[in-house]
Design a protein around this ligand. Sequence first.
Ligand code: NAD
Length: 281
Amino acid sequence: MPMVIDGKAISTQMKEELKQKVADRKAQGIEITLAVIQVGKDPASSVYVGNKKKACEYIGIRSLAFELEEETTEQELLSLIGQLNERADVNGILVQLPLPAHIDEDKVIAAIHPAKDVDGFHPQSVGTLCIGQPGFVSCTPAGIIQLLKRSGIEIAGKECVVIGRSNIVGKPMALLLLRENGTVTVAHSRTRDLKEVTKRADILIVAVGKPKMITKEYVKQGAVVIDVGIHREEGNRLCGDVDYEDVASVCHAITPVPGGVGPMTIAMLMHNCVESVKLQE
Ligand code: NAD
């Protein structure tokens, strides 16, 4: 049986550490505040926003909720972000994606002040990650690095393959693995002979967005497999992009879904909120 990388336990450990840091800041008279904006009532977004608020409460971060109507205009949203950028009592600003189709997401992301961009999606945050300067890093890939490190998995010198090249997972994931001295390959929908590429991986990160697509035929014996995908199967059960039972029979370590990457994303958001105070100082 492979080692199961327990994202729930690791994220709890991180949240306990952050709780202490938040308490230390409070003792210095600094209250950390996250503004969370949701436009419309997409049920999945409401669940994510609810979980983020709960995590804030747990570690002692103040959260301000802005629940806007579906019909909110782009200008209204940009104007709210402008006000929050100016507020000295707001450290982080998070706009829950996806936004309704009439709002340009790129424009909204770019409007958040880079020093408050706790999601790490702003072009400046992506740029600082790319050239190795301080800045916010997208929470899901940053959480995966923590999962690997805290599970004692060495990245330096390893063959790392990332399947997926999205701006929020695949690309920052590749940059982070590179920063950790991995030898990185990014595979995507136009990759020829995907299996041949993924079978080279010592560490395989799967962010392909297709339920159970990755079976043991894609995985080298003894590899570490990180499953970013989240899907609802028939009967409402959650599954990932990896066929867990099948891949578990060949790999050395694997993340489950649920309880793997998911909880780390929120823990890293909390980490970014705590770090935001330093960046603003
Ligand atoms: P996306 O749809 O933006 O990107 C998917 C990527 O997979 C694309 O770059 C595409 O080139 C590649 N791809 C698609 N089909 C392929 C194929 N047949 N072969 C090789 N590559 C292929 O998705 P995303 O936003 O990066 O998310 C990926 C998955 O991770 C989704 O299931 C999403 O729900 C999940 N996700 C989870 C978390 C979390 O916190 N656990 C966070 C973000 C995303």
